[in-house]
Write a protein that binds this ligand. Sequence first.
Ligand SMILES: Nc1ncnc2c1ncn2[C@@H]1O[C@H](COP(=O)(O)OP(=O)(O)O)[C@@H](O)[C@H]1O
Ligand SMILES: O=C(CO)[C@@H](O)[C@H](O)COP(=O)(O)O
Length: 481
Amino acid sequence: MSSAPATEGPLVVGVDSSTQSTKVLVVDTATGRVVARGQAPHTVTSGSMRESDPEQWWSALGEALRQCGTAAHEAAAVSIAGQQHGLVTLDARGRPVRPALLWNDVRSAPQARRLVERLGGAKAWADRVGSVPGPSFTVTKWAWLAEQEPASARATTAVRLPHDYLTQRLTGSGVTDRSDVSGTGWWSSATEAYDEDILDLVGLDPAALPRVTRPGEVVGTVRDGGDLPFSKGTLVAPGAGDNAAAALGLGLRPGTPVLSLGTSGTVFAVSEHRTADPSGTVAGFADARGTWLPLACTLNCTLAVDRVATLLGLDRDAVQPGGSVTLLPFLDGERTPDLPHASGLLHGLRHDTSPGQILQAAYDGAVHALLGALDAVLGGTADRSQPILLIGGGARGSSWQQTVRRLSGRPVQIPEARELVALGAAAQAAGLLTGEDPAAVARRWDTARGQVLDAVERDEATLDRITEVLCDAVSLLDRDS
Ligand SMILES: Nc1ncnc2c1ncn2[C@@H]1O[C@H](COP(=O)(O)OP(=O)(O)O)[C@@H](O)[C@H]1O
Ligand SMILES: O=C(CO)[C@@H](O)[C@H](O)COP(=O)(O)O
């Protein structure tokens, strides 16, 4: 009978508490070998709201850890990464006042527009915060809550991001990290501190916010895992926003583009320089190491395309080439382009259009939005011969891989490692034990290793057709129904 290889170094746990599920990896720090893994689903409300119960994230963490057997109990350190921007409101006893408003809930679009004006316009926000806040940003969600549910706002004594909430339940400490706080809209990337004028603008007491930790800091120890299978005293790392954790997990160096296909689609790269894009396309996030992570994000990616496949009664890979149909898959409203009230749009349907062509058009529409932002993310340093790293659940799908390849005209590298966010969190936890830079840990683990698909000629005709339909349809898509 074969037995699992013995572990060589101390074990660490990396967690990705993402939109759809919690994923946990137990990793050997010496080799990067994944010793155990677990996953448990989350519930997200449907309809016009996107909310989840933070208590369910905690239960899902417990369930995913229990799937790892005894390995989690042996871990010397843990780090929690999570979906960005979500507004978690806690009462004086540390309990959620209401479900969390998630990054893809667009109800705060009117508050976002008003806040941009009140601070002096998009450029003022970009210069100060690094980003122009849209409805995904925490600051606009708080403004919405204060306006629409004043009793909930009054009952709130602490405001947290999703990963902060979980870290606090583990350690008892109200802390966050620079990558995730940079997506709130109330942290200035110019001063690297909370912006009290902006907090004042939305009536939020700075005392309600977590302390921003330093990269590499031990933020606490597991105080009381409740029924979690950790040992008491396990070290806890700052954690990160999920995209920043993926950057750690890939050991990303400046200028290498990443395209992530999950509930959200994201394109990002590590940069040595702070970004301030007044157009709002690129969010000037901080990364989890002390440098920067310019990023663009769409609200409609794998779930939207899977929904189109279901509507057509097709398997998600039953795509067909050809035809002239264009599908803008903005089922949840959209962030890139900034059209929070948009819905899906189909154009160019003919008698001979096949269901498979409509499905391909959904992939094309989702990828067009991301690639359109890539040059802006890379700040004009784009070297098209360099592979795009493709990650997230969708990176496993051949239709996603081929669509990115055809519409980017670049080589596409698909890391074998599946859970790069959880792996990045594990690398951060490992750094606490070894003193290494987490990105260097990931490079030592060779996490980006994987097949490279050669470049093919860029399908400019399809890109141009989608751009034209989008430009012509903007007033329709921008309409608030
Ligand atoms: N083999 C596959 N082909 C295409 N899509 C896939 C495949 N496996 C998973 N997915 C997609 O990945 C998504 C989940 O990705 P993930 O990155 O875990 O999402 P999130 O981080 O937003 O929770 C699902 O919506 C699913 O459509
Ligand atoms: O809003 C953003 C980035 O700004 C999203 O990328 C969220 O962080 C959610 O990520 P997934 O759960 O889709 O991975």
